[in-house]
Design a protein around this ligand. Structure first.
Ligand code: ATP
Ligand code: MG
Length: 747
């Protein structure tokens, strides 16, 4: 291809060029939103490869979401005209899983380890808290989980904790017990929790320098986006990866250039970030990682970017005006050459539904003027706000996609099926096995489970072994048979994964099918007659499709790899730009993204700033940064909407406009009145409209086809067969799955 390092500099400003071409051990790029930080990273990678300074395999780029990684890989590929194979562009978690899958044996794990997501570790903690009767001391499952997670992000293991804790404090002693047991159980189950993926990789590198050296030699260029949101474990990982390789760890046959002492110099490190967009302190992210960069990496070059290429001047002025109210920051002013642009539109509805209706109407109006649905996004602070939005969007036939929220993979029925897979791939996974013991119902109650567990404890055998030896336990014949059948199903399905079978290894799709059919899981759901079970059955079928899709896209894929992907699908991964639908997501998920039109909804006190979050130390400032992140996602149009009353815990409460609205100069906002004030809309009086709304809300939010409905386009009409399923079908395989909300209305 005709790419040259020079042509990659076209269309960059002088500061950006400097950031792309600088060569040295460490480079920090700090700049406000939309100033081209991510773009600079992308061009820098492409430049290194185009100039033949680096092979693709020598590059490790870290992004915040898998989706951002996919985008970066695509862009680099486009800049180079292909040839981006072998580059590691991924999230911290994915990179760590790849390393751990190769090196797990050093840590006493097998390569088919399970990854516990938040709900899995919650289940494990619940059991431990119960067994130790820690609830009597006031320990709750979420508090324990939060504390363990925080400690792991700080790389504090139980031993380290016991050194720090006071041995007088019975609560500390109890917590230590819980933490120890939790770690032991994870290890027994050959499982890592999410925080372990990072922490255990650091542990691995520190304990086995020769293993670390492999990666230190391999990655000559490490680049990290959104550096302001790295926590201590991530910071430590970066430090390990960019360390110099000591001569003793350099293998004889190395082809990497040696320094004067016979070692290999550390990788060059590039990080980009914006301390005004740090929004993950609650998860242990530490802004100091950015502010201390120059101290940690002496001689580092710092590049500042000032011009914003994303938004209009009006939007930037609003953003500047808001963030200015945070103390303790370096003032930087974003400017744009784009012109003032349209005013920000403000809207106050009577209720959350009214607000949502306004958003839906505006989306249709903009779409009629040529704005693609995929170029519009609706953000909110809490997931609970999606209910009203979704109801109205379905009713108004706005094609939308929910990103994050009640995630597909967190649904009970999907977790059940995944647990079947985990128990098949990793028989040591006791949690997964116990989860499916009586799901679907096969008459195995808690007493039986305890009997199995006791047997396992007494004989010191794994839980699955106890199941295999169920005959020795002396349970009733029916229960015994049920356990024998389940064990056989799991064992036979596992045996089918053997590549040496005459017919070859079973594919992921075949495995899922074998388990779902063999356990009668789907059959039982479909036979129940309960509409919620019907929706659950649909989700399971969708998952079966996901697995088949996986087979198609990954002919050499394995069950373990599939489970890794399932575990790593993070909120933003369900995103699909190309699809013609409006994106709905939380403000946290929106980081790094940009849209032509952005609706920031629920701009009310207690929502943003969020009541709970604002009470944390530094929480108020972090909430403001979150609002700033939201504003700066918009390219051309920004809406700020709120409601006068909002449903909370099933009751309607008065809502107050957010203080942040006062921080935006009034001349920037064009306030609109609630359309319910105008009687012109479809000729409907507010009262009548509300009565109708109440009517259908009472049905749990799902309109039967043929029923009367209010639609923006045609006033009252009948729901057509297509209307109820306005939610578009995912196109990109399993990371964008469609599912039905079996639990709607349960919140
Ligand atoms: P955030 O802080 O939100 O992550 P960012 O600093 O990473 O923002 P980018 O996403 O890289 O910013 O860039 C914002 C937008 O501006 C993108 O659409 C990008 O393509 C565009 N852009 C950046 N630099 C230039 C430039 N020199 N010329 C034209 N467009 C640019
Ligand atoms: Mg960015």
């Amino acid at each position: 291809s005709g790419v040259t390092a020079d042509s990659l500099l076209d269309g960059l400003n002088p500061q950006q060029r400097e950031a792309v071409t600088y060569r040295g051990p460490a480079l920090l790029i700090v700049a406000g939103a939309g100033s081209g930080k991510t773009r600079v990273l992308t061009h820098r990678i492409a430049g290194l490869i185009a100039s033949r300074e680096a092979w693709p395999s020598q590059i490790l780029a870290i992004t915040f979401t898998n989706k951002a990684a996919a985008e970066m890989r695509e862009r680099v590929g486009a800049l180079l005209g292909g040839a981006a194979e072998g580059m590691w562009i991924s999230t911290f978690h994915s990179a760590c899983v790849r390393i751990l899958r190769r090196e797990a044996e050093h840590l006493g794990y097998t390569q088919s380890f399970t990854i516990y997501d938040s709900a899995d570790s919650k289940a494990l903690i619940r059991r431990i808290v119960k067994e130790l009767e820690a609830d009597l001391l006031g320990f709750t499952v979420p508090s324990v989980q939060g504390r363990i997670s925080k400690l792991k992000n700080e790389l504090v293991d139980p031993d380290e904790f016991s050194r720090q804790a006071s041995d007088r404090d019975p609560r500390d002693a109890m917590f230590l017990d819980i933490y120890r047991r939790y770690e032991r159980e994870l290890r027994r189950a050959n499982a890592f929790d999410f925080d372990d993926l990072l922490g255990q990789t650091v542990t691995l590198f520190r304990a086995f320098p020769e293993v670390a050296a492999k990666y230190q030699r391999r990655f000559r260029h490490v680049l990290v986006d959104e550096y302001q949101d790295t926590n201590h474990a991530q910071y430590a990982l970066i430090r390990e990866l960019t360390k110099r390789v000591e001569p003793k760890d350099v293998p004889l046959d190395t082809r990497t250039e040696l320094d004067a002492e016979g070692g290999i110099e550390g990788a060059s490190l590039t990080v980009v970030g914006d301390s005004d967009q740090s929004i993950y302190a609650f998860r242990g992210a530490d802004i100091r990682n950015i502010t201390d960069f120059e101290r940690d990496f002496p001689g580092a070059r710092v590049v500042l970017l000032e011009q914003n290429y994303r938004s209009t001047q009006n939007i930037l002025e609003a953003a500047n005006a808001v963030i200015r109210n945070n103390f303790d920051r370096v003032d930087k002013k974003l400017w744009s050459a784009d012109g003032a642009g349209e005013k920000i539109v403000g809207f106050t509805g009577y209720s959350g539904h009214d607000e949502a209706q306004f958003v839906a109407d505006e989306i249709h109006r903009l779409h009629d003027t040529g704005v693609a649905y995929g170029e519009m996004a609706v953000f909110y602070r809490t997931n609970a706000q999606t209910r009203a939005l979704e109801e109205i969007f379905i009713r108004s036939a706005v094609p939308y996609r929910l990103i994050g929220g009640t995630k597909f993979y967190e649904r009970a029925e999907i977790k059940d099926v995944v647990a079947y897979l985990m128990a098949t791939a990793n028989p040591a996974d006791e949690l997964a096995t116990r989860r499916i013991l009586n799901s679907p119902k096969r008459g195995i109650g808690p007493a039986t489970e305890t009997a199995l567990w006791d047997f396992a404890q007494k004989r010191d055998v794994p839980f699955r072994e106890a199941m295999r030896r169920v005959d020795e336990i002396g349970l009733g014949p029916k229960v015994t048979r049920a356990i024998v059948e389940l064990t056989r199903l799991l064992d036979e399905t596992a045996a089918a994964l053997d590549p040496d079978r005459p017919t070859g290894a079973a594919t992921v799709g075949e495995t899922v099918h074998a388990l779902v059919a063999g356990s009668r899981y789907l059959e039982v759901l479909m036979a129940s007659g309960n509409p919620q079970d019907e929706a659950r059955a649909e989700n399971v079928e969708e998952f079966v499709n996901v697995a088949k899709e996986y087979d198609k896209n990954n002919p050499d894929g394995s069950l373990v790899e599939f489970l890794t992907e399932v575990a790593l699908v993070a909120a933003a991964d369900e995103l699909d730009d190309e699809s013609g639908s409006v994106s709905l997501m939380t403000l946290h998920t929106a980081k790094g993204l940009e849209y032509d039109t952005v609706f920031l909804t629920g701009i009310e006190e207690d929502l943003i700033p969020h009541r709970m979050a604002a009470q944390e130390p530094g929480g108020a400032a972090e909430e403001r940064r979150l609002f700033y992140v939201g504003i700066t996602r918009a390219r051309r149009r920004l809406y700020l909407t709120l409601a006068m009353t909002r449903a909370q815990f099933g009751e309607s409460a008065v809502a107050m406009p957010s203080r942040y609205l006062d921080e935006i100069p009034t001349e920037l906002i064009d306030w609109r009145v609630s359309p319910l004030d105008a009687t012109s809309r479809g000729g409907t009086q507010p009262r009548a409209l509300n009565a109708r709304r109440g009517e259908w809300e009472g049905r749990g939010g799902r309109r039967p086809v043929g029923s009367e409905a209010y639609s923006t386009a045609g006033g009252y009409g009948r729901v057509g067969p297509g209307d109820a399923e306005a939610r578009p079908q995912g196109e990109r395989g399993y990371s964008s799955v469609r599912f039905r909300d079996a639990d709607a209305g349960r919140e």
